[in-house]
Design a protein around this ligand. Structure first.
Ligand SMILES: [Zn+2]
Length: 451
């Protein structure tokens, strides 16, 4: 058995914090550097951001003696980003290289705006360069199924990072028609795909995607949305390739962390970002190994640094050392977002990722919608599956899989909850670019069952 290659992020972070060649990164050196960067960031925002001046108290420059003291600082929320973007900005507008506006998800009001300087974007390209070396070799071609039309968009930054690796990134954009994308995969003879989980699944399960067969693609990187295990398994089974996960968001500067060859959790951009996992109710650090909410502080951002930004993502630290042998921390796979769980009438939490694992595991499913409704007889879960081919058995297999989801089993037992007969809708070619998926809720606000 060959040894698992150590994550390239360790050597990269070592170089970033100024270690001599051949010197090994240690937890102590990294923590000391992170503390210095954190204090420099606090000084930067204290001087230049009206928002943080107010938050941190305007009289004296805040200075932490230990990294753990970060817990004494207030959180920054998504609402703050929506309402106070200009007061979070730390540089003049003429120095801003890119503004990203993140659309609203329907009910949440104003869009979020994020500002980046040229140096901020350069740090992201640098991360993509080193992070991608885990799964892409010099001379390989990568089809990028992420937005990349504009200069400095995520697809463009990834293409530039790959170029530094001697690999060719071809920006294709999100999948609109799987048949067209599959032709591009064959036409460019690509070795690697980078895309949104549900979209890549729709390629792998497409009749033309299935014939790609093992050996055509060497690796796939799933990004943008959290990644259900069932989707990883389905893609690996269809194409016989290795599937890696990237964790990031625009607020992190697009990139946050990426799996190493062990593929058992993410290693993070620890020179640029400090992550915490907190109990979302108490705000205190989550117990080790327990799921909590990911909170991120930027350590080198110039335009719009974020202090303890609550991401809403659910994940846990992994205590055991990574099989790749690095000293870097490991974050377990993100399991969706806190807000997207729905509380059923009897208090049971129904989580999107449990539906994902049950439904994407079924051969033929390329996407689905789940909606909660409320009738006289109690709550209903309505599920519509999307597939390329109709198959009567799919309905019964989906019903059986849902019945095994613990929250559904518990809720069904009280007879005030039922899963409606499964609906299947055929998708011939065109699929919509995947927005963040969530369980729809059409129970009325007045309903006492809502809470
Ligand atoms: Zn590792």
């Amino acid at each position: 058995m060959t040894a698992i290659a150590r994550t390239p992020l360790e050597a990269w972070i070592g170089a970033r914090i100024g270690l001599a060649r051949g010197e090994r990164l240690s937890a102590g050196r990294l923590a000391a550097w992170q503390l210095a960067q954190l204090n420099a960031t606090l000084a930067h925002v204290w001087q230049h951001s009206a928002f943080y001046q107010e938050r941190l108290g305007g009289r004296a420059l805040p200075r932490l003696a230990r990294l753990e003291e970060i817990a004494t600082l207030q959180f920054t929320s998504a609402t703050d980003l929506r309402q106070d973007a200009m007061r979070l900005l730390c540089i003049s507008q003429s120095e801003v290289a890119r503004v990203v506006t993140l659309g609203t998800s329907g009910t949440t009001g104003d869009p979020k705006r994020l500002f980046f300087s040229g140096a901020d974007l350069e740090a992201t390209i640098d991360f993509f360069h080193h992070g991608m070396s885990t799964l892409v070799r010099t001379g390989e071609r990568v089809l990028i199924l992420l937005p990349g039309d504009r200069p400095d968009s995520v697809g463009d930054l990834l293409r530039r990072g790959l170029a530094r690796l001697g690999a060719e990134g071809i920006v294709h954009g999100p999948v609109i028609d799987p048949a067209v994308t599959l032709r591009a995969i064959r036409g460019h003879a690509v070795h690697c795909l980078v895309g949104i989980p549900v979209q890549v699944l729709a390629l792998a399960r497409h009749p033309e995607g299935a014939v790609l067969g093992p050996g055509t693609l060497r690796s796939v990187l799933l990004s943008t949305d959290y990644v259900p295990r069932s989707i990883v398994t389905a893609i690996e089974t269809a194409w016989g390739c290795q599937v890696f996960q990237h964790y990031g968001m625009t607020e992190m500067g697009f990139g946050g962390g990426v799996e190493c060859a062990a593929r058992q959790g993410y290693h993070l951009r620890e020179a640029d970002l400090l992550l915490e996992v907190i109990d979302p109710i108490s705000g205190r650090p989550a117990s080790h190994g327990r799921n909590g909410e990911v909170v991120v502080t930027t350590l080198a951002r110039r335009a719009m640094p974020l202090i303890r930004y609550r991401t809403g993502d659910r994940a846990a630290w992994i205590d055991e050392p990574c099989p790749c042998g690095t000293m870097l921390r490991r974050l377990a796979w993100v399991q969706g977002r806190h807000q997207e769980a729905r509380r059923l009438a009897d208090g049971v939490r129904l989580e999107m990722h449990t539906l994902d694992e049950a439904l994407f595991a079924l051969a033929g499913v390329i996407d689905y919608q789940a909606v909660l409704t409320c009738g006289k007889d109690g709550e209903h879960l309505r599920v519509r599956l999307y597939a390329y081919q109709d198959d009567q058995r799919l309905r019964s297999r989906a019903a059986a899989a849902l019945a095994l989801v613990p929250a559904i089993r518990a809720a069904t037992a009280n007879e005030r909850f039922q899963v409606d007969p499964i609906d299947v809708e055929l998708r011939s070619s065109s699929i919509l670019p995947a927005a963040k998926r969530m369980i729809g809720d059409r129970r009325t606000n007045a309903s006492p069952l809502r809470k």
